[in-house]
Write a new protein. Structure first.
Length: 147
């Protein structure tokens, strides 16, 4: 047990329980991010995933290495859904709009050129004879992180 010498006296460190919403078993060594930090981390991971996919010489191999399922069960035990497309969508944020005080009109703030930001997102498209399901890559990554 560690000891501290304070004002000439040896003190002992004691573990005091602290209130959190999760248990502290000996294997509990991971940290917890604030929701806004988790969102930022997820965006970084998604951006890197998309960049890797775009530059991969073999797109199918990249998806397999990343653990993307090429088939998944349909809802309610229906026939399996098959991965058929990977969609990339790029948006350019050129401004913001927010509610104006005391008006139904939006307050619009266009960005100067240096503030315009590109946002690319990826979706995995699964189909069966009866259904189509689109999975946002950020949801796929988030589920992988929590398993």
């Amino acid at each position: 047990m560690p000891h501290d010498i304070v004002n000439g006296h040896i003190g002992h460190h004691h573990h005091h329980p602290h209130d959190h919403n999760h248990s502290h078993d000996p294997d509990h060594l991971h940290s917890h991010l604030k929701p806004e930090d988790e969102a930022a981390e997820l965006q970084v991971l998604a951006t890197q995933f998309i960049d890797g996919f775009v530059h991969a010489a073999d797109k199918t191999a990249y998806l397999r290495l990343a653990g993307v399922p090429f088939e998944k069960p349909g809802k309610g035990g229906e026939t399996a859904l098959k991965l058929v497309d990977v969609e990339l969508k790029t948006d350019w944020q050129v401004g913001t709009a927010s509610p104006s005080f005391g008006s139904r009109e939006l307050s619009h703030l266009p960005y100067p050129g240096s503030m315009v930001q590109e946002r690319t997102n990826m979706s995995l498209v699964y189909v069966s004879m009866d259904a189509k399901e689109t999975v946002d890559i950020r949801n796929f990554i988030a589920e992988r992180q929590h398993t």
